[in-house]
Design a protein around this ligand. Structure first.
Ligand code: FES
Ligand SMILES: [Fe+2]
Length: 440
């Protein structure tokens, strides 16, 4: 495991950076350690993105989503292999929305073209008339073919490799970044030792702003201080840390050690581009809790987050069901996202209106990981141009109705979850009690 050794060698000292919030609440980052001797991140915005947990992708169901505003579909073919195709029928450009999938064959709702899982059209006679295409028929037949990206299922996630362009032949596509970069076992823990649950949320705000938020330790105490069940994460407690920042070609990370116990890690935040953040509660080798956050850039001001938390405690399923652990955890996550949401939306607006300029932003020493992220992001956006010259539209697009499916307004999610908790509580506790009372 890399960088686990606590090895302070200060290259720069932002001694006692004191960050005042309101009413005497402070977070203090005392010692700042930067390992500048390491290389730069060499990964850009092209690469693997976790799109959804495996269980979300049901047989014979089309899963609509987008990456950088390019409409896409995921599905399982007849051999249970994962397919990611462009949601644009190669006949006349209609969406497959409203079409069907049966045994790996996808049917367009517009003129009924059927495409095999390999991507070729199986019923050309349905959409062509020989007297129109006559001698050009063969050429036409070659052109009408689904365009695809690489997709794979691993660790109970569905991943898609987003690259410069999709292709009719998957063999023509190279991998910009290997999927192994995301390997959890290479990042300090064995997934088999843990149990996990996840939550998915859609945000109507900028993708990179959400990543910034998840790299930001300072806001946790203030924004989430009343919600996160950790005695050290509290609005009114003074917490003091030493910080170490590592840059490697594959990831960047910030580690926070307790100042009064410098060998003890409070939290470790690791960014694995393009889409993944790992948050460890304590040293990865002993951490009983880990969050894996996958960020999906659906489009301009549209992003999805999958939060999967792995834990070593409370592994018994029956006890979990009984105390409604999953629902309670979900409730906490929705609350945390809700606390961030307005901030993210207003930041996105301010950014898009050109109201946030470099001169007006004062990043502090402890914001170093954020500073590094922004520089990397701008450079990568220019280099890769993932938007592929798609016009960024401010307004909602017709695809939003199809794509935004994990209710983007988080209050709704909280409400649905609360109803679920009430319903299950009644069922589990009140119903047997009622039954017992009726008996006596
Ligand atoms: S647009 Fe799909 S079959 Fe015509
Ligand atoms: Fe947050």
């Amino acid at each position: 495991m890399e960088n686990r050794q606590i090895n302070f060698f200060k290259t720069k000292d932002f001694n006692t950076v004191l960050k005042p919030f309101k009413k005497g609440t402070v977070v203090k980052i005392d010692k700042f350690d930067i390992r500048d001797n390491q290389k730069e991140l060499n990964i850009g915005l092209f690469g693997w993105y976790a799109i959804c947990p495996s269980k979300e992708l049901k047989k014979n169901k089309l899963h609509y989503f987008s990456l950088y505003d390019e409409p896409l579909i995921l599905y399982r073919d007849e051999n249970n292999n994962i397919r990611c195709i462009k949601n644009i029928c190669p006949h006349r450009g209609a969406s497959f929305f409203g079409g069907t999938l049966s045994n790996g064959v996808i049917t367009c709702p517009y003129h009924g073209a059927k495409f095999s899982s390999g991507g070729s059209c199986q019923n050309l006679d349905r959409i062509t008339c020989s007297h129109i295409v006559d001698n050009n028929y063969d050429n036409y037949a070659k052109r009408i073919h689904l365009s695809q990206y690489k997709a794979i299922e691993k660790d109970n996630y569905i991943f898609v490799h987003f690259s410069k362009k999709s292709d009719t032949d998957l063999n023509n596509l190279n991998e910009d970044t290997p999927l192994s970069n995301y390997e959890l076992s290479d990042n300090g823990f064995v997934p088999e030792d843990y149990v996990s649950e996840e939550v998915l949320v859609d945000f109507k705000c900028d993708w990179s702003r959400i990543i910034e938020n998840h790299l930001d330790i300072l806001h946790i105490f203030w924004v989430h201080g009343d919600t996160i069940p950790d005695k050290d994460v509290n609005k009114n407690v003074l917490v003091s840390f030493n910080q170490k920042f590592n840059i490697t070609p594959k990831y960047i990370e910030s580690i926070y050690y307790y100042k009064n116990d410098p060998r003890k890690e409070f939290i470790r935040i690791k960014y694995l581009p393009p889409g993944r953040i790992l948050i460890y509660k304590g040293d990865p080798s002993v951490s009983r809790y880990l969050q894996v956050l996958d960020h999906i850039p659906l489009g301009n001001n549209k992003a999805r987050v999958i939060v999967r938390h792995y834990r070593k405690f409370l592994k018994n399923k029956i006890i979990n069901d009984l105390i409604l652990f999953k629902e309670t955890q979900r409730k906490i996550f929705y609350k945390i996202f809700d606390e961030d949401y307005m901030i993210l939306k207003t930041q996105t607006y301010n950014h898009n209106m050109g109201l946030i300029t470099k001169d007006e932003i004062k990043l502090l020493g402890e914001d170093r990981i954020i500073n590094y992220f922004w520089k990397w992001y701008k450079k990568s956006e220019e280099k890769d141009n993932p938007w592929k010259n798609i016009n960024k539209t401010e307004n909602l697009t017709v695809y939003d109705e199809v794509i935004l499916k994990y209710p983007p307004e988080i209050k709704k999610l909280e409400f649905i979850n609360n109803i679920d908790i009430i319903r299950k509580t009644l069922l589990r506790f009140a119903a047997p009690l009622l039954f017992f009372m009726l008996l006596i």
